[in-house]
Design a protein around this ligand. Structure first.
Ligand code: ZN
Length: 376
């Protein structure tokens, strides 16, 4: 009935599978570009599709404030409004609301906050968050939770996690099951193993179509993040998809896929694309750097995106120096294509039972590029 994930094969702990939704099937592991306010910034929906992306993320917080969830529903839902016909995952709004420090007031029932747009008052509860995500038309709805700040003491982390678990049960109650649609629970507990275990047990006893790991990539560092995954993932049902929220760099993706994560979202490729940072098969490049001013070569010779096939590093450098809007467009396009190509390589390698060799080859490319730039 609801939403399904089918395991194709494993290689070590890494998994290749297929997520089956109301808007089509998605091979996993999958990276979802972030379409914050009903758009993946700087990209048309056709451009996003051309990068190989099969699923995108929408933000409840931004869309409830502007244009408003009921308005999106009257316009035919988020898929129709943004011309995206593949699956959409929406976050719960919790993460953005919690980061509004001065503009929010939390209680056991939910959060009251002031809009950063016009100062108007709004309220989010687990029930309202799930309702908004239904109005948007989300294929995957996320439980409303509190993203525990980092660092947190064990007591603070426990209190925050237990509140999120109560809200998870209320989110489950509020969710209306529909074919091809599902609700994901979110494991919290900061960096504390016992709390992560308690959270995983609480969620699996409620039962969800998928399980997310939240509260990571908030300053704990990559090694600690991967350690929390080592502790948490074996406690989640093997038959359900696992989603690492808000992560990360290409290196983070490799480390998390290795441990059994199936789904990712992150603003890094799009945000970096707007500021001149390029993720490539030869590592990270800053296109504002003067070293690119007369370089006629492609941004990434191994990449098949329009930016790399048609334009030079020198042109990209010029666009960023001149603050032309085409610079962010071309670099976002490339970064999203690069992220998709990494996921395609990792998935193909899992299917063929050579994940570690492929991961090592990708990492060797970054290291060689870095060494070349240091020597130049
Ligand atoms: Zn490219």
């Amino acid at each position: 009935m609801t939403l399904h994930w089918k395991l194709t094969t494993t290689d070590g702990a890494a998994r290749a599978g297929t997520l089956m939704t109301a808007h089509g099937e998605v091979p996993t592991p999958v990276f979802m570009p972030v379409g914050t306010a009903g758009t993946v910034k700087a990209m048309t929906a056709d451009a996003v599709r051309s990068t190989g992306a099969r699923m995108v993320l929408g933000n409840t917080y931004h869309l409830m404030l502007r244009p408003g969830a009921e308005r999106v529903a009257r316009l035919g839902g988020l898929h129709r409004m943004m011309d995206w016909h593949g699956p959409i995952l929406t976050d719960s709004g919790g993460f953005q609301v919690m980061s509004l420090n001065d503009l929010r007031k939390m209680d056991a029932d939910g959060v009251t906050f002031r809009s950063h747009v016009d100062g108007s008052y709004h309220r989010l509860t687990p029930e309202r968050s799930v309702e908004i995500q239904r109005l948007l038309g989300a294929d995957v709805t996320m439980c409303f939770d509190e993203c525990t700040p980092f660092p947190a003491t064990p007591d603070q982390a426990a209190e925050s996690m237990r509140l999120s678990m109560r809200w998870a049960a209320r989110s489950r109650e509020a969710f209306v099951p529909r074919e091809g649609h599902g609700l994901f629970g979110i494991v919290q507990g900061s960096i504390y193993d016992e709390l992560r275990a308690e959270s995983a047990a609480a969620l699996t006893s409620i039962g969800f179509e998928g399980y997310a790991v939240g509260g990571l990539a908030v300053g704990e560092g990559q090694a600690e993040m991967l350690r929390v995954l080592d502790v948490t993932l074996p406690l989640l049902p093997a038959a359900a998809p696992r989603y690492l929220m808000g992560v990360g760099t290409p290196s983070d993706l490799i480390g998390a896929v290795r441990r059994g994560i199936d789904m990712f979202d992150c603003v890094i490729p799009t945000r970096s694309g707007r500021t001149g940072r390029a993720y490539t098969s030869r590592g990270v490049l800053n296109m504002r750097n003067a070293r690119h001013a007369e370089d006629p070569s492609a941004l990434d010779p191994e990449c098949d995106c329009p930016t790399c096939r048609r334009h030079s590093r020198a042109y990209l450098h010029h666009l960023f120096k001149a603050e032309e809007m085409l610079g962010p467009i071309l670099l976002t396009w490339h970064n999203l294509r690069y992220y998709q190509s990494v996921m395609e390589r990792l998935r193909g390698a899992i299917v063929e039972g050579r994940f570690e060799a492929e991961a090592a080859a990708i990492e060797a490319g970054w290291a060689e590029g870095e060494a070349e730039r240091k020597a130049a």
